[in-house]
Design a protein. Structure first.
Length: 828
């Protein structure tokens, strides 16, 4: 079946030159049946009687709880498909296939998985034109910080203004203004005959586009050699569902428009430049069986610019425009991404002359296609092509001024006192006769030839803030200069020995946490799961004392800081205890009875969600399944169990959970049915609902070990682990786990934990033991967002390091086997 539909698209994806469209879609949705409708026998369309028996729907995985009975409910079997339109319990309706039924004395609990429309309808069609999306149809609008909605005129979805001024990466700033006025339209014509073998699916028409009136200005300022590539969501518009019928089967489409800005480019030096343009026109994309994909564009535009101050080279594109899609039962279907684009290119002219060239181009580009999983296939067909492009400005052979600029160190950063800093300067224009580096007004060094660099030893330099200045000379005359400020701090890793507390080479330090710069805790025990301990520091980790009972026998594996009055721990037998209440498991009194919160559950790690609830990975040893268990941190009552629907007999290491504000993620999810993938679950509403999805990372399979996870904000995060081939990997996401970039570290066996202080600086531990007796580094440091890693020299040892944590930039701690722990601190 996949091959049939893929062949259909390959035969018809003929890219034509851009041309105007003669016909516009009709303004009102108008579904037209094309052929007789045949509904599958297993399709169960919910009636009012059955709908009234539903007591709850967990929309994170569409688990239905029924109380009572009905003719449909009593006859349900595994493999049946439940279909319904929008309701209070399921706003977008549902199309779900039953995979498990549990009966109780009060009713039934039904577990489901995603189903395809072509499974429910064996023959049918739908054809409609949407016309304009009306403002009255808007269900909600989500705006990114810095974006303000100016107006929604009349009943049409039209105008908003936005301003942006953002430091998108270290050394590059983009600021500007965009005003968009748009009308959005859809046309979709689909039919399916699934009675034949193989089935026949026909996409007759899909058209989507915008009437766009755009004015924009961009200004870009960058320092040094930096690269940036990002997509920024500016605003998302969600519309009320459209409900049509294919015979008796309700089909729910949800229109959505997301306004996005793409910024990508490579900047090779310092520059400041800008341009502005305005655009009016109609741009869009359409698909038909005769002509394939066809772009259409009518445009007119104006522009102005101010001459740039440019050094060396740059290439930057900005795109601001709408991504338009239809969702089927909330699942993405046909899509079109049509954007007005601005491209600014500049480079130094060749031949050794002090000249530069610049081009400023505007236009529109599109990505179009169909995600076939709407129809239960696992293919995607898409195509990128340009709708139109027009050069607004071309400058050639312009002269460039002389200048000198700091390349390193970075203005405003702090550096370790006593180390070496390589001072680097870059110039534009005529080659300097000499370059001077000054510290606080005093000469450090004079460099008379390229490269203009100087290795500066900070031994003996005063602690604190300093001013660095670079001056270029042409002949004997001072031509230009640049000045920055840095701070020198006594920042270093040191070994803290815990052997005086009875910790030895048989001890496993399992977890560490700091609530502030002074107060921290370490937990652990021996390798057999006994001799547990809880250690506490009040001086930033310089000194520790044991606070757990002297006769406590179970190893303590995990820490969760709830508040100043409550610290939760898990033990080697997977039970939860509050520090200071070691005589009973975590729970609460109900009258005279004491209720254990996580009764009959093994707990494998905990996190706090932003709403004050404890979220734990729980294994129910009665039904042999994993759950996300939620408990009220004030009352200690268990409030919710969310099933983890993935099940792998060889699971081994349990899943783990992590939160950053409202974003939560569960990793290390594997399933018997898919050896080539791993999975994650994410929440964006603080645990209110969870979404299950593939871990969209190249080459990560069920055989690989996913170990640690950390997010620095709700979008950017890292996962670390070990590939089955025997080396460490790092996965990096910029979009809240939707997609991941993979980095491998082949000279390291594995990474087991990760912690980032910022978007760029982070640490990872190596939880392996050197059986050959040759010490190796167990702690690695990254200064570029996880793309490259360098060993921390003091961490060379035979024994593993398991956990690393920081409290702000000045206090860090790493623990593992043995009494030797690592402490990072900053002093004078």
């Amino acid at each position: 079946m996949k091959k049939i539909i893929l062949a259909l698209f390959i035969l018809n994806l003929t890219i034509l030159s851009c041309k105007k469209k003669d016909q516009e879609p009709e303004p009102i949705p108008n579904p037209i049946p094309q052929e007789e409708v045949i509904v599958a026998d297993e399709t169960k369309i919910m009636d009012e009687e059955t709908r009234n028996t539903i007591s709850s729907i967990d929309t994170s995985n569409y688990t239905f709880t029924f109380s009572g009975s009905s003719a449909i409910l009593d006859d349900l079997q595994i493999g049946d498909i439940l279909v319904d339109g929008p309701s209070e319990m399921a706003h977008y309706g549902y199309l779900r296939k039953i995979n498990q039924i549990s009966s109780t004395k009060d009713g039934k609990t039904i577990y489901t998985e995603a189903a395809g429309l072509t499974q429910a309808v064996k023959q049918g069609s739908i054809d409609f034109h949407s016309g304009l999306l009306r403002g009255s149809q808007l269900e909600r609008v989500v705006l990114t910080d810095g974006v303000s909605l100016k107006s929604i005129k009349g009943t049409d979805f039209t105008v908003f203004d936005l301003d942006y001024n953002m430091d998108v990466s270290e050394g590059i700033n983009i600021n500007g203004h965009t005003s968009l006025s748009m009308d959005v339209f859809f046309k979709f014509d689909w039919s399916c005959s699934c009675m034949a073998v193989p089935p026949s699916i026909q996409i007759d028409t899909f058209a989507s586009g915008v009437e766009l009136n755009q004015s924009a200005s961009i200004n870009l300022v960058a320092e040094a050699a930096v690269g940036y590539e990002e997509t920024i969501s500016l605003a998302s518009f969600y519309f009320e569902p459209w409900v049509f019928s294919v015979g008796p089967v309700p089909v729910v489409f949800i229109p959505m428009v997301e306004v996005i800005m793409d910024v990508n480019g490579q900047i090779n030096a310092v520059f400041s430049t800008g341009a502005s343009e305005s655009f009016m026109g109609r741009i869009g994309i359409g698909y038909g069986p005769q002509n394939g994909w066809d772009g259409f564009a009518q445009q007119e535009f104006e522009f102005d610019y101010y001459p740039p101050v440019l050094e060396l080279g740059l290439e930057v594109e900005t795109h601001v425009g709408p991504e338009i899609s239809l969702m089927l039962y909330g699942v993405v279907g046909p899509f079109a991404n049509v954007m007005g684009c601005s491209k600014l290119e500049a480079q130094v002219a060749g031949g050794g002359e002090n000249l530069w060239n610049l081009d400023y181009v505007v236009g529109a580009q599109a990505e179009v296609g169909l995600k076939i999983d709407v129809f239960i296939f696992d293919e995607e067909v898409s195509k990128d092509f340009c709708l139109f492009e027009h050069s607004l400005m071309h400058l050639e052979g312009e002269s460039m001024e002389n200048g000198i600029f700091w390349e390193y160190p970075i203005d405003g950063n702090w550096y370790g006192l006593g180390g070496d800093i390589n001072l680097k300067a870059m110039y534009t224009g005529v080659t300097p006769t000499k370059v001077e580096f000054l510290l606080d007004g005093s000469l450090l060094a004079t460099i008379n030839e390229e490269p203009f660099e100087y290795l500066w030893s900070t031994q003996g330099v005063a602690y604190g803030e300093h001013q660095l200045k670079v001056i270029e000379y042409i002949g004997s005359q001072e031509e230009a200069s640049d000045e920055i400020g840095i701070s020198l701090l006594n920042a270093q890793w040191e070994i803290v020995d815990l052997s005086s507390l009875g910790i030895n080479n048989e001890s496993w330090n399992q977890d560490v946490y700091f609530s502030d710069a002074n107060n921290g805790w370490i937990v652990g025990g021996d390798g057999y799961g006994f001799s547990g301990y809880l250690l506490h520091t009040t001086d930033g980790g310089a000194n520790w004392q044991k606070t757990s009972p002297s006769d406590w026998f179970l190893r303590i594996d995990d820490l969760l800081f709830v508040n100043e009055d409550e610290l939760l721990t898990t033990t080697a037998d997977r039970r939860v205890y509050a520090a200071g209440a070691w005589d009973r498991q975590y729970g609460y009194f109900q009258g005279d009875d004491y209720i254990v919160t996580f009764n009959q559950l093994d707990i494998y790690g905990m996190a706090m969600n932003p709403n004050g609830f404890v979220e734990a990975i729980a294994y129910d040893y009665l039904d042999e399944k994993y759950y996300i268990a939620q408990a009220n941190s004030s009352t200690h009552e268990l409030t919710k169990l969310t099933p983890i629907t993935y099940d792998y007999e060889g699971q081994g290491i349990a899943p783990s959970i992590h939160y950053r504000n409202n974003f939560g993620i569960v990793i290390n999810l594997k399933d018997d049915s898919n050896p080539l993938r791993q999975f994650i679950m994410t929440t964006v509403d603080g645990g209110g609902s969870w979404e299950s999805k593939q871990l969209n990372a190249s080459g990560i399979t069920r055989e690989d070990d996913v170990k640690g996870v950390y997010f620095v904000n709700e979008d950017k995060g890292w996962i670390v682990g070990r590939e089955s081939q025997g080396y460490a990997f790092v996965l990096i996401t910029q979009d809240g786990g939707q997609s991941w970039e993979k980095v491998v570290k082949e000279d390291v066996d594995r990474f087991s934990d990760v912690f980032f202080l910022s978007d760029e600086e982070g640490y990872a531990t190596v939880n392996t033991w050197n059986s050959n007796g040759i010490p190796s580094a167990k702690l690695y440091h990254s200064m570029d967002g996880g793309h490259t890693w360098e060993a921390v020299g003091l961490s060379e040892r035979n024994f593993p390091l398991k956990k690393v944590v920081f409290k702000g930039p000045y206090i860090g701690y790493a623990v593992g086997w043995t009494a030797e722990t690592l402490r990072f601190s900053v002093g004078k």
